[in-house]
Design a protein around this ligand. Sequence first.
Ligand code: KIV
Ligand code: ZN
Length: 517
Amino acid sequence: MMKKEKLIIFDTTLRDGEQCPGASLEASEKLEIARQLERLGVDVIEAGFPIASPGDFEAVRMIAHEIRKPTICGLARATEKDIERASLAVKPARRGRIHVFIATSPIHMKYKLRKAESEILRIAGEAVRYAKKFVDDVEFSPEDAARSKPEFLFRVIERAIAAGATTINIPDTVGYTTPIEFGELIRAIRENVPNIDRAVISVHCHNDLGLAVANSLAAVLHGARQVECTVNGIGERAGNASLEEIVMGIRTRKDVYPVTTDINTREIVKSSRLVSSLTGLVVQPNKAVVGANAFRHESGIHQDGILKRRVTYEIMNPVEVGYGDSKLVLGKHSGRHAFTERLKKLGFHLSQQQTERTFDAFKKLADKKKEVFDGDLAAILEGEIAKVPQIYELDYVHTTSGTGTIPTATIRLKNKGKILQDASSGDGPVDACYRTIDRITGLKGKLLDYSLRAITGGKDAQGEVTLRVQFEEEILTGRGTSTDIIEASAKAYLSAINKHLHEPTLKRQGAHRKGLL
Ligand code: KIV
Ligand code: ZN
């Protein structure tokens, strides 16, 4: 059998993924995702766009400092300032990469950059040469490549490689291309760029027409050996190619694709959950590979088939992507030892202090809920590992509501050792809670999105509330879990408030990235 070539998995969850409206992340949350991406086995982490904001810069630097296995990449426009900032951010990395981009399509050159082809050619070459002064590993992207004139594209690519680019990334920036057309473009690049053998061809596809994964895989068939993708397919507008779909597509159809990846597929579900809960972007139930329904069989005929032989209706084994059995793991009589052993099995390694706090949270949960499942533990842990300081903490919540009653909430919060209490009415019990919290904190939040899901099955399942809320200019996500959905709602709102009050000077991407890309 022919030996398979390696496909480089370039994860841009923390850069393009975070450009998804409302998906802003704290530096500590980005670091936590980067740790998980390392466990997942990605080759390159695009950790951010360092010039975009002090927060982005710090996050890339922290990740470059701690994460050792993958290459850490910072994005830069083709300007000296951007490149210097990116180089400084990735400097602590064991392997650092600078990713330089400039648009090459007639539309972008004319309306956005107001530059002629000759200027773009010159800037591309100079920018790559400048980046090479700082790192050996330079990636170049002709932005909006899929809508660029092929002849011009070939010349820009040739110039970038001559200047030292080691990866040439072909973005379908607006998700416009089709699999056949994009595959042909990659073939044409291989045939028409004389020095193409000196660089890896990469692709970066957006999902505006739902074709990001199909276009990326078509490119792989025509010689691309790096794919840029994000966990859960999050990203600008309709998102980017989804990492889990690319990886499982290649693994499931070994007969079709001449490549393999180094991804530890059993970490996929955990990565998906972590990204979803920290960004507040809920995964649609019918999402391939990681959606709640991806391995559920409703029809009797299908269930019968599965019971007789799994392969009748399942082309992937759920265990392979990290779905465990929804096992009963612990109960209220379980001790600390059983608890820490279970955490280790789940792949979480916590400090002594974190273990103490999560053990307390587990005990409280076990008091309310007879059976504590892996999913419940993961929810507690996700809240713990990327925790921002609890500036306001929920101490007590009581609501009244019902037909013909005015919904009201009484809330007590802890703040710097003080107890603050107030009450308010609202359009419903959740609204009453949020109005009361606003009265106590003096903030005024505008709720943009609110979703509730059950973490595990059963009537006593924990509810997880994920929301997006706007405070002045800033849009934040919040998440809260509890067996009581009103308490979960209040916790989610408070977690967004605590993020807002934490690091107020490092404004998040929403305010800073605007106008840069
Ligand atoms: O979509 C795009 O073109 C990008 C580039 C910066 C690579 O994200
Ligand atoms: Zn993009």
